[in-house]
Every structure is written in structure tokens, then in C-alpha cells.
Design a protein around this ligand. Structure first.
Ligand SMILES: [Zn+2]
Ligand SMILES: [Zn+2]
Length: 334
């Protein structure tokens, strides 16, 4: 089968023929239909320090996906059957640690990551543990099924922010930021404003339902947002998030900075009484259930943020588009 492989501990990938994986106990073998490129995959491609610490080449990369089940290997009863359209939860939990015992599976202490710590979905076939396999509702458009990971992150972020009736700021309009705006509108936010340097992303934000999208926030609006969704992971973005939030407002931290960030603790955490919560991935499976409801009802249509499609063999071109930032979600058709 054709696969995108991090062959050596260096930047770049190799697109090559690999053996079809053999399904192990309590796993499914899936024939991929679509796999989408995540921001994380850029870091893996460029071989940033985080990737060096998490990937042992050779490794098939990719983790956002939808595929059809070819084989189920399980001793237990399962509702997943041959032919089902399934997606994978990237956070593969252990079921044994303290966090798993209290059902915080998404922050498992022994977490393995699909497409990062084990072979992933930029390939014609992949194996997924049954416990992290999500059976999709057949009424959802198949290409949307592949993009549920960023949507799920957004659902978790917006749920924590409790946006109903509030003025909401979204810092950073990558795919997850765009999803966050769509979900905030669906969950009854009074007004949703997005901030991004790129015109392309601001236009996309307006298309998917943001009330406004600006290059930089006018200082006159500082202190007026009841909920701020920090999706940028950018030093300036984080500073604006702190200033834009209203007194006693809430910030949800999602974007991961590449550098250490200093904040004026007294000014923001005490005098301003801000509350800052964070999101790392999706609640398993509560977030996926909420995500499904939004997709079935049509309140969120992920096809609006899918801007580019490539064949698996065209991965290098797809990565170029990803790096340009002139895109929404980039889909690989397998
Ligand atoms: Zn991802
Ligand atoms: Zn665990």
C-alpha cells in the first residue's frame, strides 16, 4: 500500500510502498477514505524538537481520518462491524492509570498517539485499537467525518467557555479556531469576533459565520469580551487575550506556544480575577457525541472549512499549501 512515512530522523517524508498492516487483538483494520492534515503534521514534517521526542522513525504519520472497517479482531462484543465508516480518537489511553480510572481518558498518563507514537492514517490502510475507534453516524458527510478532531477540540473549548449570550473572542483562525467560531454561534454566543493576520483566514471566518474578523483587535475593545478562546498559541495573541477579556471573564487556552510565556500574574489573575482553563483534546466520548449532534443537525458544516483536496501521492504539494497558511482544512483523498 502507498504510505507517507517519516523514514529518517530529519525534516521531510518519503512516499513509498509499505506492507498492509496486520490487525492485532482488539484492533480494527481500516481502508482509508480521507485523511486530513493537522497543524501537528507540519511540526512532524519539519522535525521540530517536539516531533523528535515523540516519533521513532520509520513511522507512517497522519491521525485525522475516516475509513471503512475491513476486519475486526476482538474477543469481546463490539458494535463496530465490517463496512462501518469509523474515525480514530488520536489519544490512545491505557485504561489503567489514575486519570483513566477517573474517566479522564484524554489526559491518560501513559498516552500513546495515533500517527505519532504508532503508525497512522496517511496510508491506504491503518490499524486502530477498538477502544479508540469511533463509529460515525451514516448521515454525516464522509469528508466531514475526517475533520472531527479539530471540531471536537473546538466543541470542548466552547463548552468550557459557556458562551451562551456572551461576546466571544477567537484568537487565531486556523481550522480549530474556525470551528470554535462555528460552534460558539451554534451554542448561542451573542457575538463572535475572530482575529488573524491573514486576510485569507479572515474571509473564511466570515464565510463560516463569524460576526466580525479583524487583523488586530482595536484597543477600544479591550476589557469587553466575556469569553476569550485562545487558539493561536502566539505570544502576542495570548497577551491580547488577557487584555481583551472582561473583568472576571474566562479564557480558554488551547493553542500551544513554541516558547515560554510570561504573564503579569497579579494584574490578570488577581486584580482582574480572570479564570483561565485549558483544553487538551476531546473528552472521550462526550465530546464526540456533542460533535455528532452538531454535524447531524447541520448547525456545523465542516465542508465549509475544507478548502483543498489532494491525492495521497500528492502529499508534498498538500504540505506546501498547509505551510503557506492560505488554506482551511487540507484533505487527502486516499
Ligand atoms: Zn491533530
Ligand atoms: Zn491511562
Amino acid at each position: 500500500m502507498l504510505a507517507v512515512v517519516k523514514e529518517n530522523p530529519e525534516p521531510g517524508v518519503v512516499i513509498k510502498q509499505m506492507p498492509i498492516p496486520v490487525v492485532q487483538d482488539e484492533e480494527v483494520l481500516v481502508k482509508l477514505v480521507y485523511s486530513s492534515i493537522c497543524g501537528t503534521d507540519i511540526g512532524i514534517y519539519d522535525w521540530i524538537p517536539w516531533a523528535q521526542g515523540h516519533i521513532k522513525p520509520p513511522q507512517i504519520i497522519g491521525h485525522e481520518m475516516v475509513g471503512q472497517v475491513v476486519e475486526v479482531k476482538s474477543e469481546k462484543e463490539t458494535k463496530i462491524q465490517k463496512g462501518d465508516y469509523v474515525s480514530s480518537e488520536t489519544h490512545i489511553f491505557c485504561l489503567n492509570c489514575y486519570q483513566c480510572q477517573i474517566k479522564n481518558y484524554h489526559i491518560c498518563e501513559n498516552m500513546q498517539l495515533f500517527g505519532i507514537g504508532r503508525n497512522g492514517s496517511f496510508a491506504e490502510y491503518a490499524t486502530i485499537p477498538l477502544r479508540t475507534t469511533w463509529k460515525n453516524d451514516p448521515s454525516i458527510p464522509v469528508e466531514s467525518m475526517s475533520v472531527q478532531e479539530p471540531l471536537g477540540n473546538a466543541v470542548n473549548v466552547v463548552t468550557k467557555a459557556q458562551v451562551k449570550g456572551k461576546k466571544v473572542l477567537v484568537m487565531g483562525l486556523g481550522p480549530t479556531g474556525l470551528c470554535a467560531g462555528m460552534v460558539a454561534k451554534a451554542y448561542g454566543a451573542k457575538e463572535v469576533v475572530g482575529v488573524n493576520r491573514r486576510e485569507y483566514r479572515r474571509e473564511l471566518a466570515l464565510k463560516v459565520g463569524f460576526d466580525r474578523a479583524v487583523e488586530a483587535l482595536d484597543e477600544k475593545e479591550y476589557g469587553t469580551f466575556e469569553a476569550v478562546l485562545e487558539m493561536s498559541g502566539n505570544r502576542v495573541g495570548i497577551q491580547v487575550a488577557l487584555d481583551a477579556a472582561r473583568i472576571a471573564g474566562k479564557i480558554i487556552a488551547f493553542g500551544i506556544p513554541k516558547e515560554e510565556i510570561n504573564i503579569d500574574w497579579g494584574k490578570y489573575m488577581i486584580n482582574k480575577e480572570l479564570s483561565i482553563e485549558s483544553v487538551f483534546g476531546r473528552m472521550i466520548w462526550e465530546t464526540w457525541e456533542d460533535t455528532t449532534k452538531l454535524l447531524i443537525s447541520g448547525e456545523v458544516d465542516l465542508r465549509k472549512i475544507i478548502t483543498h483536496r489532494f491525492k495521497l501521492s500528492e502529499f508534498e504539494e498538500a504540505m506546501k499549501v498547509m505551510k503557506s497558511g492560505e488554506c482551511g482544512k487540507v484533505l487527502l483523498e486516499v
